[in-house]
Design a protein around this ligand. Structure first.
Ligand SMILES: Nc1ncnc2c1ncn2[C@@H]1O[C@H](COP(=O)(O)OP(=O)(O)O)[C@@H](O)[C@H]1O
Ligand SMILES: O=P(O)(O)OC[C@H]1O[C@](O)(COP(=O)(O)O)[C@@H](O)[C@@H]1O
Length: 308
């Protein structure tokens, strides 16, 4: 996020536009937590995880009264356009706000989950995948030396975008993701088939939002069905949401930050800046919110082939 904030600030200043940072998203906007940002405010930020602007949810912004207060703050500070970084909720709020008060807004896709229509990758995703994969590599050492079956839970509230590259890159036998139904019976069958082939260790990557349950639940059910299996569970957790951004994330965040500001300057509004097939695209908030980014089915097939 910091790399994106830095790019937004520097691009605005480059074009001679005054820029303010709003602390804690819509919550800070309503409360007037608004600070003027100059170039030094974002110095030494490109490599830092998290966000200097902080992050918060705001129930009040979902009400007309809250959005009126937010608008009053913008008028008070002379702010004429907004760049919002976030996901579906952020863009839903921004779209409504723009319809009601006419403040042009451009979005930047910021979520580790990568489940946003209108961009191949979201800011934070690549870093989260690399963090999870590094942990999985370490877990594999124990799985292998102790002949165990590890159920590793990665983040992804409603999506398997983190789980899939972790499964492919981590050499997993099975991946469980919310977008695709996979019965517990089939998981058990696959593990049994592996045991018949003298496989002694297994790695199952589970996206936290999987329909069959989280890694703990799935592992318990598998243990019940195959008591001989030495089962362990690891929930990778919030380390996936922090840390220094990867090179790919720094580049993406910088591209998007520049595109968001230049889009605003060129009269764009109610759109999200994204990168599709290496090209900059602006997608209406409406589509980002309503449409689903499909899961790449060839990745699922790859896992099946590679775990043979
Ligand atoms: N339907 C809505 N109307 C107005 N504001 C909304 C709406 N949905 C979400 N928001 C605002 O956007 C913020 C961010 O949404 P949230 O769902 O938490 O995150 P994300 O942007 O990652 O999806 C919320 O705290 C709320 O203030
Ligand atoms: O601690 P919290 O706020 O519940 O966050 C955890 C959730 O955030 C996510 O990582 C998504 O977060 P972002 O969209 O903010 O990147 C989900 O995968 C996970 O369920």
């Amino acid at each position: 996020m910091n790399a994106c904030v830095r790019a937004v600030v520097r691009t605005a200043l480059y074009h001679g536009v005054e820029v303010y940072g709003i602390m804690r998203g819509y919550s800070g906007l309503i409360k007037g937590e608004i600070v003027r940002l100059d170039t030094t405010a974002v110095a030494n930020m490109v490599q830092r995880g998290g966000t200097l602007l902080k992050s918060a949810r705001s129930q009040k912004f979902t009400t007309r009264e809250g959005r009126q207060e937010a608008y009053n703050q913008l008028v008070h500070h002379g702010i004429e356009g907004l760049v919002v970084i976030g996901g579906n909720g952020t863009f839903t709020g921004a779209q409504l706000f723009e319809q009601e008060f006419g403040i042009p807004t451009v979005g930047a896709p910021g979520t580790i989950d990568n489940d946003l229509y209108g961009t191949d990758y979201t800011i934070g995703y690549d870093t989260a995948v690399n963090t999870a994969l590094e942990a999985i590599d370490k877990i594999r050492d124990t799985a292998d030396s102790h002949d165990r079956a590890f159920f590793v839970e990665v983040m992804g509230r409603d999506s398997g975008y983190i789980a899939i590259p972790c499964a492919i890159g981590g050499g997993a036998e099975i991946v469980l993701v919310p977008e695709q139904e996979q019965s517990l019976e089939s998981v058990i069958d696959m593990l049994q088939a592996g045991r018949k082939r003298q496989k002694s260790s297994f790695l199952v990557v589970v996206a936290e939002g999987d329909e069959e349950g989280n890694a703990t639940t799935v592992a318990a059910k598998v243990k019940e069905a195959i008591p001989e299996l030495d089962v362990r569970v690891t929930v990778i957790g919030h380390i996936q949401r922090g840390g220094a951004p990867s090179a790919a994330d720094r580049l993406l965040a910088s591209q998007i930050g520049i595109a968001a500001v230049e889009g605003l300057i060129n009269g764009m509004h109610s759109v999200m800046a994204g990168i599709i097939d290496r090209k900059l695209v602006y997608t209406p908030f409406e589509d980002c919110i309503k449409r689903k980014k499909p899961l790449n089915q060839s990745f699922m097939r790859m896992i099946e082939i590679l775990s043979t």
